[in-house]
Design a protein around this ligand. Structure first.
Ligand code: ADP
Ligand code: MG
Length: 637
C-alpha cells in the first residue's frame, strides 16, 4: 500500500499507538467545552448584541480551539500536496470567514473535532478492553537460587530457573509445576473462568492466577516469549493489519476526495452562473465539500474490526488479522482433524494385546521409549500409561517420526517401531492380529521389533461431551462438517457416528489431508481446524486455519490464522457467528455512512442544507452511530 493511500484515513483515524501517548480525555473534554462556550458567546455577540468585531474575534477563537489539531494537520497536508479531510475542514472554515458565514465555519470545526473526539474515545475503550486481557503480565518474579529467594524483574528469570508462586499471586513465567498442587485461573489466556487443577508436571502460563496452593515452577520460556507476551504482540499486530475491505475503502476514498473537490467547485460555478452571489455560490460548494468528506465512512471498518478482534481475544480466541474475520464469516465447510482436536486430552490406553513372548509391560515400555520425543496425543497417552504402571523407559537412538504413521528408533542396538497399519505394511512386518480381533475398539498402535509384531496397544477415544452439540450447531448454521483423520477407518467411523459427522475421510497421510482441503477449497470457503500435529500443511492450505489447544503448541500458534487458547472446539460456532455479525455491522456501518452522505450531499446540491447541518449529520452523527455499533463487538458473546 502506498504511503498516500494510507494517509487517506490514517491522518484522521488515530492509530492506537498514537493515541496512547497523545490522547488525554480530560484535556480534550475541557478544550471542547471551552470551544463550545466560545461559540455560544460568539453567537450571542453576533445575533443579540450585534457587535461584529467581538463576534468575529470569538468565532476565530472557537476555530482556533476546536481546530487545534485539525488546522495544523490541514496545512501539513497542503504542503505535501495531499488534500485530506483536515485540509477540507480548514479550508471550509477559512472560506466561511471570507464569505461572511463565520458561525457556520466555527460550528463545522467544532462538530468535526467532536467527531474526532468520539473516535479517540472509541479507540481508548477498545484499548481498555484489551488491557483487561493483557495488563496481566506481572513485572517481578520470586526466584529460588541456591535455596534463597530473590525478587527479580521477570526479564531476568532464566529458562530452567525455579520460581515460587504463593496462593493468590499471579504467575509470572511460563513453566512446568515441579512442587505443590493448586488450582489456576487461566481466564486471562483461555477466557475460561473455571479454575484448572495443576500438579507437578503440568504447564502453567504467565498472567494466570494461582488460586489455591503454594507451587514452584520450573521456567520453560523467557518473559518475552511467554504465551501472554505473544498474545499481546499478535493482537497488536492484528490492530495494525488492514483487511481487504479496509484497503478498498482507502483506495475508494483516495480517488473520491478529488472528485468531491471537483464537484464542489462545479456546484459553486453552476450556482454562480445561475445568478447566485459569489458568497452564496461558495457556500453551496463548501456544503457539498463538507458533506462529501469520507471520514465517518472510513472509520466504519477499522473501528468495527479492532473492536471485534478485541472481543475475540477476551474469549481466548486469537484472530491474527481482520481478513481472517472476513473469511470466517464466509466459511462454508469446516474440516476437523480428529486426534487432538475432537478428542483432545481424553485419549487413554485401554488395552494391550500380546502376539509374541513379550509381556504387556515390555510392549508398553518399548512403545513409551519410542514415543518419548513425539508430541502426538497418542504418544502422550502411552507415556502417561507407562508412568502410571511404573515401567522403565530406555534411551532411543536413530529416532524417527513417520508423519501420519508412527515412530521408529533403535533401542540397545535393535530396531523397533510403533504405529498404524500403514507403517506395519511399509516396514513389511508380519501382522499377528486378525482384522476382527477381540482386542477392543479404538486407535491401534502396533509395536514391532524388526519385522516381528510384538503386541498391539489400544487407545480409546473419549471425545468431549459437548462435541456433538458443536457439530449440530455448525450444521444448523448451514455449514458442512468434514472429519479428516489418519486413524483407521473403523475408529474414525465410530467417532464420527457419535459426533454426528457424516463426511469422514480416514487413513489419511498428512499430504492426503492437504489434497482434500485443496479440493474442497476449489469451490468452497474452507476452515481447517487442527492441533498442528500432522495437519500443519492442511492448515496452511485452508482458507482460514484454526489451531486448537494453541497454548500448548507453539508451532501451531505461530502458523494458524486463528488460535484457540482453550483446548476444545466449543467456541467454533460462536466464533463464526461473531465473524458474521462483525461483517454485518460493517455492512450496516458503511450503508449508514453512505446513506447519510448521499442524503446530505443531495440537500447541499439543492441548497437545502446549511454547512453545520452537513457536519452534524454527515460526520458527527454518522461517527457516533458507527462507533456505537462497532463497540458492541468488543464485548464477550
Ligand atoms: P489424526 O490427528 O487425524 O489422528 P494423525 O496424522 O495425527 O491424524 O495420525 C494418524 C495416525 O498415525 C494415528 O491415528 C496413528 O495411528 C498414527 N500415528 C501418528 N503418530 C503416531 C505416534 N507418535 N505413535 C503412534 N502412532 C502414530
Ligand atoms: Mg491430529
Amino acid at each position: 500500500m502506498s504511503h498516500h493511500e494510507e494517509g487517506v484515513y490514517c491522518t484522521y483515524c488515530a492509530t492506537l499507538e498514537d493515541q496512547e501517548e497523545e490522547f488525554n480525555p480530560r484535556r480534550e473534554y475541557t478544550l471542547t467545552a471551552i470551544a463550545s462556550a466560545l461559540l455560544a458567546s460568539a453567537v450571542v455577540a453576533d445575533f443579540i448584541i450585534k457587535n461584529l468585531l467581538v463576534a468575529y474575534t470569538l468565532y476565530i477563537g472557537t476555530m482556533i480551539v476546536a481546530g487545534r489539531a485539525i488546522i495544523p494537520k490541514g496545512f501539513k497536508g497542503l504542503l505535501r500536496v495531499h488534500l485530506d479531510i483536515n485540509f477540507l475542514m480548514t479550508f471550509a472554515a477559512l472560506a466561511s470567514l471570507i464569505i461572511g458565514a463565520p458561525a457556520e465555519g466555527a460550528t463545522v470545526l467544532l462538530l468535526f473535532s467532536v467527531a474526532e473526539l468520539l473516535e479517540d474515545i472509541a479507540n481508548q475503550r477498545v484499548r481498555r478492553e484489551l488491557d483487561a486481557v493483557i495488563s496481566l503480565r506481572p513485572h517481578v518474579a520470586t526466584v529460588i537460587r541456591d535455596g534463597r529467594r530473590y525478587i527479580v524483574p521477570v526479564e531476568e528469570v532464566a529458562v530452567g530457573e525455579i520460581v515460587a508462586v504463593r496462593p493468590g499471586e499471579r504467575i509470572s513465567v511460563d513453566g512446568v509445576v515441579v512442587e505443590g498442587t493448586t488450582y489456576v485461573d487461566e481466564s486471562a489466556i483461555t477466557g475460561e473462568s473455571v479454575p484448572v487443577p495443576k500438579q507437578p508436571g503440568e504447564r502453567v502460563y504467565a498472567g494466570t492466577v494461582n488460586q489455591a496452593g503454594y507451587i514452584e515452577i520450573k521456567t520453560t520460556k523467557s518473559a518475552d516469549e511467554s504465551v501472554v507476551a505473544r498474545i499481546v504482540s499478535l493482537v497488536e499486530e492484528a490492530q495494525r493489519h488492514k483487511s481487504r475491505t479496509e484497503t478498498t475503502v482507502a483506495r475508494i476514498s483516495h480517488k473520491y476526495t478529488p472528485l468531491v473537490v471537483a464537484g464542489s467547485i462545479l456546484l459553486a460555478l453552476f450556482n454562480f452562473a445561475l445568478g447566485a452571489t459569489p458568497a452564496q455560490a461558495v457556500y453551496r460548494g463548501l456544503t457539498l465539500l463538507v458533506a462529501g468528506c469520507p471520514c465517518a465512512f472510513a472509520i466504519a471498518i477499522p473501528v468495527s474490526m479492532v473492536s471485534s478482534i478485541t472481543g475475540y481475544a477476551r474469549e481466548g480466541v486469537l484472530v491474527k488479522g481482520s481478513r481472517h474475520v472476513e473469511t470466517m464469516a464466509r466459511t462454508e465447510v469446516v474440516a476437523l482433524d480428529k486426534t487432538g482436536t475432537l478428542t483432545e486430552g481424553a485419549l487413554s490406553v485401554s488395552n494391550i494385546c500380546i502376539h509374541s513372548d513379550a509381556t504387556p509391560e515390555e510392549v508398553l515400555a518399548t512403545a513409551a521409549s519410542l514415543e518419548q520425543k513425539s508430541e502426538h496425543p497418542i504418544a502422550q497417552a502411552i507415556l502417561r500409561k507407562a508412568e502410571e504402571k511404573g515401567v522403565a523407559i530406555s534411551d532411543v537412538s536413530d529416532f524417527q517420526v513417520v508423519p501420519g504413521m508412527g515412530v521408529a528408533g533403535t533401542i540397545r542396538g535393535v530396531e523397533y517401531g510403533a504405529g498404524n497399519l500403514r507403517l506395519i505394511k511399509q516396514e513389511r512386518v508380519a501382522l499377528q492380529m486378525p482384522e476382527d480381533h477381540e482386542c477392543g475398539d479404538g486407535s491401534l498402535v502396533y509395536v514391532y521389533r524388526g519385522d516381528h509384531h510384538l503386541g498391539t496397544i489400544v487407545l480409546s477415544d473419549t471425545e468431549r461431551s459437548d462435541s456433538p452439540d458443536v457439530i449440530a450447531e455448525l450444521k444448523e448454521m448451514g455449514i458442512r462438517v468434514v472429519m479428516l483423520t489418519g486413524d483407521n477407518r473403523k475408529t474414525a467411523e465410530i467417532v464420527a457416528e457419535r459426533l454426528g459427522i457424516d463426511d469422514v475421510h480416514a487413513e489419511l497421510l498428512p499430504e492426503d489431508k492437504v489434497n482434500i482441503v485443496k479440493k474442497i477449497s476449489q469451490d468452497h470457503v474452507v476452515m481447517m481446524v487442527g492441533d498442528g500435529i500432522n495437519d500443519a500443511p492442511a492448515l496452511a492450505m485452508a482458507d482460514v486455519s484454526v489451531a486448537v489447544a494453541a497454548a500448548t503448541n507453539d508451532a501451531a500458534i505461530e502458523a494458524a490464522d486463528v488460535a484457540l487458547m482453550r483446548g476444545d472446539i466449543s467456541l467454533l460456532p460462536r466464533m463464526i457467528q461473531k465473524a458474521r455479525r462483525t461483517m454485518g455491522v460493517i455492512r450496516h456501518n458503511v450503508a449508514i455512512a453512505i446513506g447519510a452522505k448521499a442524503f446530505v450531499g443531495l440537500m447541499a446540491v439543492f441548497g437545502l442544507a446549511p454547512l453545520w447541518f452537513a457536519v452534524a449529520v454527515g460526520d458527527m452523527g454518522v461517527s457516533f452511530v458507527v462507533i456505537a455499533n462497532a463497540l458492541r463487538l468488543a464485548k464477550r458473546t
